[in-house]
Design a protein around this ligand. Structure first.
Ligand SMILES: [Zn+2]
Length: 116
């Protein structure tokens, strides 16, 4: 009764999102570099502001990096033929769950267990 997953289009969508995340990572690296430049060029940029901007850039970068790894892992599962299964209990994942996040790794039960 499990509807066949359209792996071709899923892989395509994963690759599109991966490209976006990689582009965002480059942007963030640029803006972190700009903060550093401003600080040395102007000299009177508030150190607190610069550090806050940098901290925000770094946290965006970390989130993007986690997303990149999730997308990479999802693409690996497509290639390995294990895409669409919970990585913990190997139950078939809900279509709705995959629709909301193509790179989702666990079923709801396993996810909740990990969060608790
Ligand atoms: Zn599970």
């Amino acid at each position: 009764m499990t509807p066949e997953l359209d792996l071709g289009s899923i892989e395509e969508r994963l690759r599109v999102e991966l490209a976006e995340v990689l582009a965002a990572l480059v942007d963030v690296a640029d803006s972190a570099a700009i903060v550093a430049l401003d600080q040395s060029a102007v000299g009177r940029v508030s150190r607190g502001d610069a550090m806050q901007q940098q901290a925000m850039a770094i946290s965006r970068q970390q989130r993007s990096d986690i997303r990149r790894r999730k997308l990479d892992a999802a693409l690996n599962r497509v290639a390995a033929g294990s895409y669409g299964m919970c990585c913990e209990c190997e139950v078939t994942l809900d279509q709705a769950r995959l629709d909301s996040d193509l790179a989702v790794v666990f079923c709801i039960d396993c996810q909740e267990e990990r969060n608790s």
